[in-house]
Design a protein around this ligand. Sequence first.
Ligand SMILES: *[C@@H]1O[C@H](CO)[C@@H](O)[C@H](O)[C@H]1NC(C)=O
Ligand SMILES: *[C@@H]1O[C@H](CO)[C@@H](O)[C@H](O)[C@H]1NC(C)=O
Length: 371
Amino acid sequence: GFEECWLSGRLLDPQHLVVLLPHYLDDHAEPEVLLEKVGRAGVITMNRPKVLNALNLTMIRQIYPQLKKWESDNETDIVIIKGAGDKAFCAGGDIRAVTEAGKVGDSLAQDFFREEYILNNAIGSYRKPYIALIDGITMGGGVGLSVHGRFRVATEKTLFAMPETAIGLFPDVGGGYFLPRLQGKLGLFLALTGFRLKGRDVQRAGVATHFVESKKVPCALSVQLFTSDALQGRMKGRGVVEVLLFSVSCPNSVRLFSASSVEGIVKNLKTDGSEFAKKQTETLSKMSPTSLKITLKQLQAGASLSLQDVLVMEYRLSQACMRGYDFYEGVRAVLVDKDQNPKWNPSTLEEVSDQMVEQCFSSLGEKDLTL
Ligand SMILES: *[C@@H]1O[C@H](CO)[C@@H](O)[C@H](O)[C@H]1NC(C)=O
Ligand SMILES: *[C@@H]1O[C@H](CO)[C@@H](O)[C@H](O)[C@H]1NC(C)=O
């Protein structure tokens, strides 16, 4: 079948495709692409697993407007695109219909490519983090949906190729842009031969920006993090993505640490009750309540500041700690007396008011750090 062909390299010409595709295309009642909000993330799921999530014009016309909407929507921080099923992200453009249209002079032959390339460009110039989870076969049109985005997460199941020369086409969807920018002549080699890069090699080649084990990808997608009102759109760009990727290696952290307050996080941990959560609860219980609250706020604020502004903020915090109590007590307990038993003051989270935290961030006037 279609799938076997792409996988085994026996795909020789477009006619071959026309013959091979039809029996996969008849039994789809489900939407071919899912567009959902998961917290503050827009999630696109290519949903034609039986045809390896092949991209067709109907899907392009659904994805493009939603992508633009999310780009200016103040309730969306990032966009994630993934494929349904366990084989493919997207094995390419659904060119069966295109070649058929071409034969009879139907406008689909123009519309498909034009609108596909417009979509590729929208991804390449996207103003919010765009994360493609290329967990499986990623070829041709699937490459166009991923490689121009800021983040491409490969897994051991990723199989990347631009195999168009095998069907009398050329490596399009921006292949002329990204392929020559790969190291050495790698891009030209991939373009001419349709060679399949697999797993970690996809990252090594620079096609993917990150690598995670496939089984951990669902954790990345349990992005309850993005439901957190702690974010409130303040934690943008890289910050969000790093939390996302961190969450891939520490699955529970996403859900458990998605609260708008330290108390909320502790509550999540206690409710969860897992070994992981117990360990984190214990760890947090040893920390200075004031420090925990300052830190949460610092990270929330810092996510939308420049490095310079973060350093100015941190200098203020350092001075607030110098004026306070816990810093001295912590040094005493851990470094001087080494009893490891600091007596924090305030000793509970509840006693540390928002106002107390807020004060630590106030300007030092003339004494502020200037960069
Ligand atoms: C795209 O695929 C879906 C699902 O198979 C189908 O319903 C739709 O007609 C296709 N669109 C085009 C333009 O081929
Ligand atoms: C988000 O946009 C809506 C409508 O465009 C507006 O009413 C709201 O104040 C905005 N929220 C923020 C936090 O900017």
